[in-house]
Write a protein that binds this ligand. Structure first.
Ligand code: XMP
Length: 516
C-alpha cells in the first residue's frame, strides 16, 4: 500500500440526503483530522461496504421521511455494524427505519435552542449538561424503536438526540456542523473519536509528504504540463508536482490582460523567480482585447475568452511538444456529486474545459480530494505567502465580467484601480478573511458630478462584498459605513473616470455574485 492510500485508509462516509450543509459537515470532519467522502444517499450497499469506512454520517435534507417519494438510503447500512450519526433528516430517517415514529412537530423549531444533554453518553463526552444548539426542523421524532433512547431534549422536542449505545447508532435533530451550535465541534469530535475510534491522521503536513512521495513514484521520468492561472488551486497543484519532478513540469500562464491590478507580475515574480517553477508567461492581452472589441454580451465575452484561452494554451503546448501528463487544480467541491439531481453545478464557470489539441496520456489532479480551506493550508505548508494563499476566488474570464459593456484598456485600468483601493480598505479594516468575495464593478452608466468648480460626467462604479459558505448562496456583507465611506472617497478622488460609487445590497438569490 502506498503512503497515499495509507493516509486515506481511515475515512468517514457522508451520505447526502440533499441537505445544504453537506460540505460544511465534510469540512468539520476534515478539521478533526479525519478524511471523509461525500456521496449521494442512494449509493449502493456494495460500494459502501467496499469503502471500508470507519463510520457513516447521514446529512439533513428537505424531505419528510414518511412521504412516499422521500429520499432513501439502503436500509442495509443500519446492519453493517458501522457507527452511524444521523443529522436532522438523517436522524429522522434512522428513527423511522428502526421502528420509531416521525411526524409533523407540534411546534417547529428554527434557530438557537437551549438543549439538555445526558452527559453520560460518549457522544457528549466533556460537554456541559445544557447548551445552545441550532435547530431547523418541521418534523419531529415522536417515538423510538427497541434499544434506542432519547439522550437530549429541548422545551419543545423530547428527542433532540437519541442513541443505541450497543449498535453505535446515533441521531440528532439539530445541526452540530454550524457555528451556532455551541458545542458542535465537540459533538463531531466525540462521534469520531469516542464512537468511531479514529486515530486522526489526516493533516495537511502528512498530505504534502504523501502526495509528493506518490507523485515522485508515479511521475518519475515523465514530462508534465500545467495550465497555470495563478489562482490558489492551480498554483498549489503546480507546486506539489514541482516538488516531485522539478523542471520536468512546465507551467503555461496565459495572461489575458484582465487580471487584478499587478496580479500577473506578482504571480510571475513569486512562482517563477521565488519558487523556481519552469513558468512561461504569455502576454496575450492584445489578442484578447481585439477579439472582445465591441462585445457587450456577458455570455459572448465568456465564450470568446474561454475559447481563446484554450487556443493560446494549445499554441504554447505545441512549442513544448508531447507531454505525458496534464496537471489540473481541480478541487473536491468541483467533483462532489449531488445526491439530488447528480449535476456538477459549477460547470459553466470553468474557463474552457480540457484542451482538445494537446497530446497527453493522463491527467494529474493532486487536489481532487481537498476542500478549499485545505488547499490553502497546503499552500501555506508549501511556503506560499498568506496574502497569496488567502486570495479570494477570481472568475476565469476575469475583469471582463466586471466591466459592464465594452472592454477597453482604459476601462480595465479604471476597474483595476478602484478594485485595488476597495481591497486595500477591506484589508485595512480586517474584514478580508470574513468576507467571501469583494470586488469593484465598472458600470456603463455615466452620471454628473462636481469636482472643484468643474462639472464631471463619469462612470458609476459598483462595490460588491458578499459573505458566503459555498458561493451558491450569499448575503451582502454588512461592511461598516466608515469603511464604505473611505473607499468611496478614495475611489472618486484617486481613480480618473469615476464620478459616483454605489454599494450593492442584494443577496444571492435573487442576484448573482458577479454582475454579469
Ligand atoms: P455567480 O456570479 O454565479 O458567481 O453568483 C458564483 C461564483 O462563481 C464565480 N464565477 C465564475 N468563475 N468563470 C469562473 O471561473 C465564470 O465565468 C464565472 N462566473 C462567476 C464568481 O466569481 C463567484 O465566486
Amino acid at each position: 500500500m502506498s503512503r497515499m492510500d495509507n493516509l486515506r485508509q481511515e475515512k468517514i462516509l457522508i451520505l447526502d440526503f440533499g441537505g445544504q450543509y453537506k460540505q460544511l459537515i465534510g469540512r468539520r470532519v476534515r478539521e478533526e483530522h479525519v478524511f471523509c467522502e461525500i456521496k449521494p444517499c442512494t449509493t449502493s450497499l456494495e460500494t459502501i461496504k467496499a469503502g471500508q469506512y470507519a463510520g457513516l454520517i447521514l446529512t439533513g435534507g428537505p424531505d419528510s421521511v414518511y412521504k412516499e417519494d422521500a429520499l432513501q438510503a439502503d436500509e442495509g447500512i443500519l446492519s453493517l455494524g458501522l457507527p452511524i450519526l444521523g443529522i436532522c433528516y438523517g436522524a429522522q430517517w434512522i428513527a423511522y427505519h428502526t421502528g420509531g415514529t416521525v411526524d409533523k412537530a407540534g411546534v417547529p423549531e428554527y434557530g438557537k435552542t437551549v438543549t439538555h444533554f445526558a452527559v453520560d453518553s460518549p457522544l457528549f463526552h466533556s460537554m456541559p449538561a445544557d447548551s445552545v444548539v441550532w435547530m431547523s426542523h418541521g418534523d419531529q421524532i415522536l417515538a423510538l424503536g427497541d434499544g434506542f433512547a432519547s439522550i437530549a431534549h429541548s422545551d419543545h422536542c423530547p428527542v433532540a438526540a437519541f442513541g443505541h449505545a450497543d449498535r453505535a447508532i446515533y441521531g440528532m435533530q439539530f445541526h452540530p456542523e454550524v457555528e451556532h451550535t455551541e458545542y458542535g465541534r465537540e459533538l463531531l469530535h466525540n462521534f469520531l473519536y469516542e464512537i468511531c475510534h479514529v486515530r486522526g491522521e489526516w493533516t495537511m503536513n502528512a498530505f504534502v509528504d504523501a502526495t509528493v512521495a506518490h507523485l515522485k513514484e508515479t511521475l518519475a521520468g515523465k514530462k508534465a504540463l500545467c495550465a497555470f492561472s495563478g489562482g490558489v488551486d492551480s498554483s498549489v497543484a503546480a507546486l506539489l508536482v514541482h516538488k516531485a519532478i522539478g523542471q520536468n513540469l512546465t507551467c503555461v500562464f496565459v495572461d489575458h490582460g484582465m487580471l487584478r491590478k499587478d496580479e500577473a507580475d506578482t504571480v510571475e515574480r513569486v512562482f517563477k523567480h521565488e519558487f523556481g517553477l519552469n513558468l512561461i508567461r504569455v502576454d496575450a492581452s492584445e489578442r484578447f482585447l481585439k477579439l472582445l472589441e465591441g462585445v457587450t454580451d456577458p455570455e459572448q465575452k465568456r465564450k470568446i475568452i474561454g475559447e481563446q484561452f484554450i487556443r493560446v494554451f494549445e499554441e504554447e503546448a505545441a512549442k513544448i511538444g508531447a507531454v505525458d501528463v496534464l496537471v489540473q487544480g481541480t478541487i473536491y467541491p468541483d467533483v462532489i456529486e449531488s445526491g439530488v439531481g447528480g449535476a456538477v453545478i459549477k460547470s459553466h464557470h470553468n474557463v474552457g474545459g480540457l484542451p482538445k489539441n494537446v497530446r497527453f496520456d493522463s491527467l494529474v489532479e493532486p487536489l481532487r480530494d481537498l476542500f478549499k480551506d485545505e488547499v490553502r493550508a497546503v499552500g501555506t505548508e508549501l511556503g506560499i505567502a498568506e496574502d497569496l494563499v488567502w486570495r479570494q476566488p477570481f472568475p476565469g474570464p476575469g475583469l471582463a465580467v466586471r466591466i459592464l459593456g465594452e472592454i477597453t484598456r482604459e476601462r480595465i485600468r479604471i476597474v483595476q484601480d478602484a478594485d485595488a483601493i476597495w481591497r486595500e480598505e477591506i484589508k485595512n479594516a480586517g474584514l478580508h478573511r470574513s468576507i467571501g468575495q469583494y470586488f469593484a464593478v465598472l458600470t456603463n452608466l455615466a452620471t454628473v458630478g462636481v469636482m472643484g468648480d468643474h462639472r464631471t460626467y463619469d462612470y458609476v462604479l459598483g462595490l460588491r462584498a458578499v459573505t458566503t459558505n459555498d458561493f451558491m448562496t450569499a448575503e451582502w456583507a454588512r461592511v461598516p459605513y466608515d469603511v464604505l465611506d473611505r473607499a468611496s472617497n478614495r475611489i472618486v478622488n484617486e481613480v480618473d473616470g469615476v464620478s459616483r460609487v454605489v454599494y450593492d445590497i442584494t443577496g444571492k438569490p435573487p442576484a448573482t455574485i458577479e454582475w454579469e
